[in-house]
Design a protein around this ligand. Structure first.
Ligand code: AQP
Length: 327
């Protein structure tokens, strides 16, 4: 059976990158197998955080899952911290992982390695992510390109555990996006568009940005001093990023020929703005309806957590038994 797991951590307001690289693809696969999607709030504790903001962002992210079209009758939607089995399995996997490999994680290097005030959990974060995935015996993980290294680690841990103690885990495959697997910042196209960017960052499109804000951000996107529209991420990263975004929004994987249709940066930007606005409009409409009804969202999350715990429990029992804990 096809089993899909993915999650998003509520550390900021979701961006167009989160949508094209992850969220939209959750909706695309939800009727094709068992799908489990989580708002991974424990991961948000690995960096400096404020409790009230975390709670608000967790609610907003869960509401956006529904607004993006996730159907709670088809897939399991839950808040990670409601299912304590994730933390339990994470500890077993910490006893399988090595400090050396965690030290090499790019996100850890960028966000905290070598600083005395870095939280221990930032080092072990990829292990918790492995637990999230392995608990459901997921065969597929739809994530953006920036998560490739963490997914490799999840695979390594599954293989290592299985070899040492007997087969418990399914070794998951990464399911990368065809286009827009790495949406870049519109003002600095060599940097990933990140939800950690300041709330008013001009190069970051948020899923809840009103249409005029989206248009302004796109029209002011950095391009280059040339004039020819071409898809060349190395030579012309700003223009290449706009073409990726357009291809992602309209579902056109052939980016070279998409670029050939444009003779000026201005017309490309206008079409990018229109395409992003059209993609976000139905999502924003549903979000507005759901935001008025927090009780419904909460009830969906609670029911999802019960189901998630049922699904994960047999894997954790098997892992405990294999490693020598359970009777
Ligand atoms: N710019 C992006 N382009 C394509 N996909 C992206 N994702 C994130 N940014 C882009 C994908 O969205 C999911 C969110 O995963 P996460 O919450 O674990 O965050 P992340 O990967 O660390 O990326 P963010 O959203 O920019 O968060 P910060 O800045 O807080 O680290 C993942 O599938 C990710 O690949």
């Amino acid at each position: 059976q096809r089993v899909v797991f993915s999650g998003i951590k509520p550390t900021g307001r979701l961006t167009l990158g989160n949508h094209l690289g992850a969220l939209r693809r959750f909706a695309d696969v939800q009727y094709t197998g068992r799908c489990v999607f989580s708002v991974v709030d424990l991961h948000a504790l690995t960096v400096d955080h404020r409790p009230a903001r975390l709670r608000a962002l967790t609610r907003e992210t869960a509401t956006l899952y529904l607004a993006a079209g996730l159907d709670p009758d088809a897939c399991v939607l839950f808040r990670q911290s409601d299912v304590p089995l994730h933390a339990e399995l994470s500890f077993l996997l910490e006893c399988t992982a090595y400090v050396g490999e965690l030290n090499r994680m790019i996100q850890y290097k960028e966000k905290g390695r070598g600083r005395p005030g870095t939280r221990v959990s930032l080092l072990t974060y990829p292990v918790l992510m492995a637990a999230d995935i392995l608990a459901y015996r997921a065969s597929e993980v739809p994530v953006g390109d920036d998560q490739r290294q963490h997914l490799e680690l999840a695979r390594d841990l599954a293989v290592r555990f299985n070899r040492a103690y007997g087969t418990v885990f399914v070794v998951p495959e990464m399911a990368p996006a065809q286009v827009a697997a790495r949406v870049m910042n519109l003002q600095d196209p060599r940097r990933k568009m990140s939800k950690d960017d300041p709330d008013d960052a001009p190069g970051t499109i948020r899923l809840l940005d009103p249409p005029d804000v989206v248009r302004r951000k796109v029209m002011r996107a950095v391009t280059d001093s040339g004039t020819r529209v071409r898809y060349d991420l190395e030579g012309s990263p700003g223009v290449g990023n706009l073409i990726e975004i357009l291809g992602g929004c309209v579902g056109e994987p052939d980016l070279e020929s998409l670029a050939d249709r444009y003779t000026s940066y201005g017309s490309l930007k206008r079409d990018v703005a229109d395409a992003v606005i059209a993609l976000l409009e139905p999502l924003q409409q549903r979000y507005a309806d759901l935001a008025d009804d927090p009780g419904t969202v909460e009830a969906i999350l609670r029911k999802g957590a019960e189901r998630a715990a049922e699904l994960a429990a047999p894997t954790i029992t098997a892992a405990k038994q294999a490693i020598g804990l359970a009777a």
